[in-house]
Write a protein that binds this ligand. Sequence first.
Ligand SMILES: Cc1cc2nc3c(=O)[nH]c(=O)nc-3n(C[C@H](O)[C@H](O)[C@H](O)COP(=O)(O)O)c2cc1C
Length: 327
Amino acid sequence: MQDVTGLPFMKVIASRGAPDFFFTEFFRVHSNSRLNEEILRSITENTSGRPVVAQLIGENLIDLTRTVKDLSKYPIFGIDLNLGCPAPRVYKKNVGGGLLRNPDKIDSILRRLREEFGGSLSVKMRYGFEDDRNFDRILSILKSRKVDMVSLHARTVLGGYRTKPEYGYVKKASSFLECPVFLNGNVQTHEEAFELVNSTGASGAMIGRAAIRNPWIFRQIREQTTNAKVFNPKLKDVFEYVSELYEMLKNSNANESNTVARIKKFLNFVGLSIDQEGKFLFYMRRAKNRKELFFVFEEFLLEKGKGECFFSNRPFEGLLARPSCES
Ligand SMILES: Cc1cc2nc3c(=O)[nH]c(=O)nc-3n(C[C@H](O)[C@H](O)[C@H](O)COP(=O)(O)O)c2cc1C
């Protein structure tokens, strides 16, 4: 996820139970694009032991080919094409979710990427732009181009983040395609991931925002799947998580105010599960420096025995995090 799930987050989450795969933030591909150095670090400095797939957003075949050639020099497991970003400034250029309006273009991109790249080729898509009119055709293209994995966000592009995900489309894709299909969209807990994977026949779940809020979710899913006791984090574990994240972000940020601004993007999600009234969110957003921020952490996560309280598995009703990038 743009500006959030880069190398510092990968490092922090890896020690709490890494996912089976990581997907990078998207590399923008256009006539003047070069590989973004910061995103590249999540490939070159990945010590999680898990494979990393490089995601691309773009549509021009020459630029995509150049980018794939450049990326092939690095230890990537695969290339993933973004067919889901709903930001109007993106889809108006007919990239990201905008490409869902043009299945023929998707076909020519996948053909080109296949010719150029021998590793895993995957797509991250929504089930349509305004509705599902192109869904069947796109599924047939994915099958004929033999894509290796599909992550399906069960909403339309115009549905943004507001609409209710329609997981029936994941079921359809899972039964039609021969490759693994990962369901995506609003999975909040390990129980939900487990139930939805079972009911749709998906091969797994791609989890976005809930993993920022609860970095133990992949471990919890694994534990539930193997009938092991599921880890139940306490607020003191959350204190350790955000403290470690601060340190990791500090290493890649020049000054304190940048680090404080950066970590707030994560805390907007973490704060959804800390207190019902949203006071953590209120005070954290007003912290101007490290000292003030850590004062808020200590107040809400450690003071007066709070460290022994359990962290809520779900976000509290009524608290909403607005995505800073609308991918
Ligand atoms: C801040 C933010 C950044 C995102 N960046 C990307 C991105 O770079 N590539 C992508 O495929 N999806 C991106 N997404 C979308 C997520 O991958 C995911 O499809 C979406 O958030 C729904 O899943 P979730 O409910 O598990 O978060 C982003 C989402 C958010 C909130």
